[in-house]
Design a protein around this ligand. Structure first.
Ligand SMILES: Cc1cc2nc3c(=O)[nH]c(=O)nc-3n(C[C@H](O)[C@H](O)[C@H](O)COP(=O)(O)OP(=O)(O)OC[C@H]3O[C@@H](n4cnc5c(N)ncnc54)[C@H](O)[C@@H]3O)c2cc1C
Length: 487
């Protein structure tokens, strides 16, 4: 963070109190014909201009406080405003191993802290982060530096999403030998097998995985720990184990007709639509024939990603069906706006109660009920209540379920002393990432529940610190069991 001694007078920027510089986006008509990235972001000149709007707020800067990873945003923006794009990228990279990714997909929690927000529009920190990181990538400046002399300690990381990537990098930088086990054919977690290309091109994740390989990190793919290899086995072979297994089990609503042909769970659908055939597992080679009318159930980022993928696969009418109103919608509002621009519709205060099939067992329609909002529920959002007698039939050719995720219970079920709770979340001390099993750490969606790339990064950094303390022989206090569901 900037200190008193390097305080930069705001007048130096010359752009204080000016409107946001718009970033570039591809035209709708062009972009819905392919799966390539939609947001083009900034060029050199626009980036300097936008970054120079930063007021360089005194410490503690609200943007940095709002970023779960604590990125030193004012310093990065100062460097960018001076045209020092590589230096700016290195500031972001100092606290986040995924600046190119977060710049593209983060809902920009940092921007919510920007003091310019209300009056002039927050600085587009995410777009600047993506821009400067791409410049640094092009210049070969994002390589991971690891000590030549190794510590002799070996770390197993299970899962190669943002949490696994973060701890793999942190531990490799400390001189440990890291091996990552991944169930999918390629590393990257949801960044590859979930988030569509039009938000985040796979090549961006590929660069990061290559950086890790270049730093000596090994990846063992097509390997689901808990099946052939157990955590106990890993603990015999490695000095510490990290679980970054995410929350990959897809929820359903348990309503009649969910097993009809043409009803897809979101990840299954997104993987088939967005991932190259050679990167997909054998059981996901077929790309769905979706017909003309697609309905997506849900209201978060996943629902929006499904809707936008369906538009690109040729659907003529794409409707997101959400049981609350826009005010309660959980996803990124910018992405939602882009989705509407691309032609999707959102039907608020509605929920399906039944899917109806044709004589061949394929979905042809759904029965939908209208809702109204009642009192707030445990999530703090107003509870949707069915309006009896308001049911109607909507014709659909394809139905996509994007109604939530929970962690795979496999590891909790198969591993002694690895406590889980609620829907299979791994019990951890959130501040240190220690699980109830000594020498095993966990962070990301499997520990705090489905959330964001940046929160997985932030929690994995904490787990890396305590794993290092454990390797140094310090005492780690293990979390105490909570009431839990364990089979
Ligand atoms: C469709 C979709 C869109 C999203 N969009 C955004 C967005 O725009 N912005 C944002 O910030 N967040 C978004 N998110 C959320 C974000 O992607 C996740 O919060 C983040 O990826 C969590 O990181 P993770 O490392 O904890 O888990 P994951 O990314 O889920 O990675 C876990 C990895 O562990 C592997 N694994 C699981 N079990 C095992 C096992 N037993 N053995 C070996 N490997 C195993 C999985 O195969 C997976 O590769 C989105 C999520 C989805 C599903």
């Amino acid at each position: 963070m900037s200190s008193e001694t390097d305080y930069r007078p705001v007048s130096r920027s010359g752009r204080v109190n000016q409107e946001a510089v718009p970033y570039l986006k591809r035209d709708v008509a062009e972009r819905i014909c392919d799966f390539e990235e939609v947001i083009l972001g900034y060029d050199n000149e626009l980036a300097e201009e936008e970054a120079s709007r930063c007021m360089q707020c005194p410490d503690p800067q609200p943007c940095t406080l709002s970023c779960p990873a604590g990125n030193d945003i004012p310093e990065a923006l100062w460097q960018a405003s001076q045209g020092n794009f590589i230096e700016a990228a290195l500031v972001f990279a100092a606290t986040s191993p995924l600046p190119e990714v977060c710049g593209r997909v983060c809902p920009n929690l940092c921007q919510q802290g920007c003091v310019l927000g209300k009056r002039y529009g927050a600085i587009s920190i995410g777009k600047l982060e993506a821009f400067v990181s791409d410049v640094a990538r092009e210049a070969g400046a994002l390589a991971i530096t690891v000590p030549e002399e190794k510590t002799g300690k070996h770390i197993a990381v299970v899962g190669s999403g943002p949490a696994g990537i973060t701890i793999a990098e942190d531990m490799a930088k400390l001189g440990h030998e890291v091996t990552v086990y991944e169930a999918w054919p390629e590393p990257g977690g949801v960044l590859v097998y979930g988030i569509p290309n039009f938000k985040l091109e796979k090549r961006v994740v590929g660069y990061k995985i290559q950086d890790l390989r270049d730093a000596g990190v090994k990846f063992i793919t097509n390997s689901r720990v808990g099946e052939n290899v157990m955590i106990e086995d890993l603990q015999h072979e490695y000095d510490a184990v990290f679980l970054g297994t995410g929350a990959g089990i897809e929820a359903t609503m348990g309503i009649p007709g969910e097993d009809l042909e043409g009803v897809w769970k979101s990840t299954d659908y997104l993987v088939r639509a967005n991932v190259k055939e050679e990167m997909r597992p054998e059981d996901k080679k077929i790309v769905p024939d979706i017909g003309k009318r697609v309905a997506v159930i849900g209201g978060g980022d996943t629902a929006v990603d499904c809707a936008r993928s369906s538009i690109r696969l040729g659907a003529e009418e794409v409707t997101i069906v959400y049981r609350r109103t826009e005010a309660e919608m959980p996803g990124n509002p910018t992405e939602r706006k882009i989705c509407l621009e691309e032609g999707a519709k959102i039907n608020y205060l509605q929920a399906p109660v039944e899917y109806i099939g044709d004589e061949n067992g394929r979905i042809k329609a759904m029965k939908v009920i209208k809702m109204e909002l009642g009192e707030p529920d445990a999530s703090g959002r107003r509870r949707p209540i069915k309006i009896q007698g308001s049911e109607f039939i909507q014709d659909v050719d394809t139905l996509e379920l994007a109604v939530g995720y929970w962690p795979d219970p496999l590891l909790g079920d198969k591993t002694e002393n690895l406590e889980t709770y609620k829907w299979g979340l791994i019990l951890t001390d959130e501040e240190i990432g220690a699980t109830s099993r000594e020498g095993v750490f966990a962070a990301g969606d499997n520990a705090h529940g489905p959330d964001l790339v940046i929160t997985a990064v932030a929690s994995a950094h904490k787990a890396a610190k305590s794993m290092q303390a454990y390797l140094e022989g310090k005492t780690i206090v293990l979390p105490q069991p909570k009431p839990r569901r364990k089979k």
